[in-house]
Design a protein around this ligand. Structure first.
Ligand SMILES: [Zn+2]
Length: 425
């Protein structure tokens, strides 16, 4: 996208022009030689599809100079050290899709069930190949941090909440006979792997087996409370529930009103579960991300529009629609910094031993993170983006850090030569 930008000398100052690019409007700021402007660019985004084709304007708009000047407030506080996560190439990520788990010794994996022995092997193979988990929610916001040398991976699990997916033991810890319990244990042993997972839940189509004995789960009284505690543990530890429709319906068999009901009812049930154990405090952590049951879309335009227009009970607009294998013809999911990013066609890969081996054998296609120390900053109340921009440019111009995508706290920048662009948070 950088070829869209030009810099020119103007009274000795370097200024950056912006251009209107088909789907992208980037306001660009640069901080050089005492000139300050406001870097506030929306993340390149996919506009909400309206159900008619809109011809793209092949001619870019006339460049406009950004000229706003914002004074930097002087606030004294304890200095803090900042380090940027750096992506020298556009980050992209494989998204694995799991469903159920079989905890029995000698259990075998098949299409929608993974034996815990196979799951352990998948996690080890991915970890050894350099992969570490990032959160789907963070990825969609461009908040993509990883330890230097690690490659991003997203794990999703569908059709929660089954006890083979997550059970808590008597001490409130995730049990080793559940998939999330295994993932949690692996992340404890390998802290660099991280513990982040997206859980697509349907609360209206099943009970929750709160009893486990001899490899078998059964539903006993108190299961709703047990499920609520499993949900709360998940949210607190980075396994975020996301909407997979209340009764796991075929969306092509529902009216728009019924689709809306399936989304609202599911969201309400999750919040009611948290309220039932006094954990409403966790609701603010819930993203609004949808996954299509059976990867089947509504078959009417009005039905599809319900998905794009859906806001959750807290008023958040839908951030993405998650689909299945090769959605949109892609194997990996792009970062929001990319022209190819499409939040309405998020591709996933059905998890299997073969699929994991395939990801491992293509690991070099997935860029690894590096890092760039930016130095000390006064951090009260927060460090201004233009201060961070200047620090990044200083490090790059001094040859200490490479060109690329810089993620600092929740802010993202692209830097190349004397040009720096900030993507809006
Ligand atoms: Zn499902």
């Amino acid at each position: 996208m950088l070829h869209a930008f030009r810099q020119t000398k103007n009274n000795g100052r370097i200024v950056i022009m912006r251009r209107h690019f088909t789907h992208i409007l980037l306001l660009v700021g640069v901080v050089l030689m005492g000139c300050q402007s406001v870097p506030q660019a929306p993340l390149p985004d996919n506009p909400r599809p309206q159900m008619e084709a809109v011809a793209e304007d092949p001619k870019p708009a006339e460049p406009t100079r950004t000229a706003t000047i914002v004074p930097t407030p002087t606030v004294l506080s304890e200095p803090i050290h900042l380090t940027a996560t750096v992506w020298e190439a556009l980050p992209q990520v494989p998204i694995l899709m799991y469903h159920r788990f079989d905890p029995r010794p000698g259990g075998t994996s098949y299409r929608y069930t993974t034996s815990l022995a196979d799951f352990d092997q998948h996690l080890s193979a991915l970890y050894e190949a350099g992969f570490s988990l990032v959160s789907l929610d963070d990825w969609l916001r461009g908040n993509i941090h990883l330890q230097a040398g690690r490659r991003p991976l997203i794990i999703t699990i569908d059709d929660l909440f089954y006890a083979d997916q997550i059970s808590l033991d008597e001490t409130g810890q995730p049990a080793p006979y559940s998939g999330i319990g295994r993932l949690w244990a692996f992340a404890q042993e390998h802290p660099q792997f991280n513990f982040k997972v997206a859980l697509f839940y349907n609360l209206g189509d099943k009970g929750y087996a709160n009893q486990y004995a001899n490899g078998a789960f059964t539903v006993q009284s108190g299961w709703r409370e047990a499920r609520a505690h499993a949900i709360a543990w998940s949210i607190e530890h980075g396994a975020l529930p996301m909407n997979h429709f209340y009764e796991h319906p075929y969306l092509n068999q529902l009216s728009p009103d019924e689709i809306q009901w399936q989304l609202e009812e599911n969201d309400t049930a999750l919040r009611d579960a948290l309220a039932s154990i006094g954990r409403e405090d966790l609701i603010k952590l819930l993203p609004n991300i949808l996954a299509l049951p059976y990867v089947v879309s509504p078959d009417t335009e009005a039905g599809q529009q319900v998905l794009y227009d859906y806001t959750n009970p807290e008023g958040a607009p839908v951030a993405a629609i998650i689909k299945g294998d090769n959605a949109g013809g892609a194997r990996w999911f792009q970062a929001p910094f990319s022209h190819a990013f499409n939040r309405w066609e998020v591709p996933r890969i059905s998890a299997s031993t073969q699929a994991v081996a395939d990801i491992v054998s293509h690991a070099e296609q997935i860029p690894a993170a590096s890092s760039c120390p930016l130095g000390e900053f006064q951090g009260n109340p927060q460090i201004l983006p233009d201060v961070i921009s200047r620090a990044i440019l200083d490090q790059v111009n001094a040859g200490h850090c490479p060109y690329g995508y810089y993620v600092v706290n929740q802010l993202a920048f692209y830097v190349q030569e004397d040009v720096i662009i900030q993507y809006a948070p």
